[in-house]
Design a protein around this ligand. Structure first.
Ligand SMILES: [Zn+2]
Ligand SMILES: [Zn+2]
Ligand SMILES: [Zn+2]
Ligand SMILES: [Zn+2]
Ligand SMILES: [Zn+2]
Length: 304
């Protein structure tokens, strides 16, 4: 049961990742004039390379146009999100990218702790066999093949996690592009609190706690409105009615000029009480308000 829910979530995550990517792919291009060397380049920010419809031309410095340095000239590989974030963090321009020592990077990956796990991988075994008796002129091609296996978004079951400096399995780990860290497969990115959360429920535990706090304060507000709001309202209405009675019936007050203004103020106050307080008490106590149904009423409430 739990597993089912987990796998659903994983699927959801993957499809949302994919659809986000596709959305980005279809949307606008950058308008850079200076060869996309700035981080404000829209294509760069969307983690993809420029193409002919961008304004940048052949001098484009967008890193993602130069990934063939790792993956080889004729490969159409896209970089794994973890590799993308590592590149963005460590490299500023395409020239800097070309300074990364590919052989050193490959050695670093081959020396990581979980590297021996690849011994079950058939493709990798083939790769290793050739690597052990490689000729100097084939070396670069073969290293690029290695990168295609471990640093690109598709291909094998494994990828190299720069966050953990170790090998990671595609089924067990994933890289969150928002938090920019590699995560366990049981975690997922919660849109509610915009953080990766661990758990089986939707919304996540953190959001749920927040909701609980919110309902606690709501409960206090309802109690307050019921016990104080209603009694204060009835007392004030009584007070206003008495005031109106005094101002209109008593002869002494009828003869004074200022009575007219006072009467106006009391009537205004009375109307405001009826409109504002009653509707608010009804809204808070019974969770039912006109503001939900009428837009005009909702706008009116901001006036009084
Ligand atoms: Zn650009
Ligand atoms: Zn562009
Ligand atoms: Zn460009
Ligand atoms: Zn990562
Ligand atoms: Zn996240």
């Amino acid at each position: 049961m739990l597993n089912e829910e987990y796998s659903n979530k994983t699927e959801q995550r993957k499809t949302s990742k994919k659809s986000n990517y596709e959305k980005k792919k279809k949307t606008k291009k950058c308008n850079c004039r200076s060869g996309c060397s700035k981080r404000s380049c829209y294509c760069y920010k969307s983690n993809r390379g420029c193409d002919s419809s961008c304004g940048c031309g052949s001098s484009c410095q967008n890193l993602f146009n130069h990934l063939d340095y790792f993956f080889g000239e004729d490969s159409k590989c896209t970089a794994h999100p973890c590799f993308v974030d590592w590149l963005v963090k460590n490299v500023k321009t395409a020239d800097e990218l070309q300074k990364i020592d590919r052989e050193a990077l490959q050695q670093k990956i081959m020396n990581c702790g979980r590297f021996s796990e690849l011994s079950d991988d058939e493709d990798f075994q083939k790769w290793l066999k050739k690597w052990n008796r490689i000729k100097a002129n084939e070396k670069l091609d073969h290293i690029q093949k290695f990168f295609r296996m471990l640093l690109s978004d598709d291909a094998t079951m494994h990828y190299y996690s720069f966050c953990n400096d170790d090998l990671a399995e595609d089924d067990c780990d994933w890289h969150c592009t928002i938090c920019k860290t590699c995560r366990d497969w049981r975690e997922w990115h919660c849109d509610g609190c915009n953080k990766c959360s661990y758990g089986t429920t939707l919304p996540c535990q953190r959001c749920e706690r927040k909701n609980q706090m919110f309902s606690f304060w709501r409960y206090i507000a309802v109690l307050y409105a019921q016990y104080f709001g209603i009694s204060i309202l009835s007392l004030e209405i009584l007070d206003d009615i008495l005031n109106i009675f005094i101002f209109t019936k008593l002869r002494t007050s009828r003869e004074t000029l200022s009575t007219f203004y006072l009467l106006g103020a009391v009537i205004g106050n009375f109307l405001q009480l009826i409109l504002a307080m009653t509707t608010r008490i009804v809204t808070v106590c019974f969770n039912h308000g006109l503001t939900r149904f009428s837009l005009a009423w909702c706008k009116l409430t901001s006036i009084y």
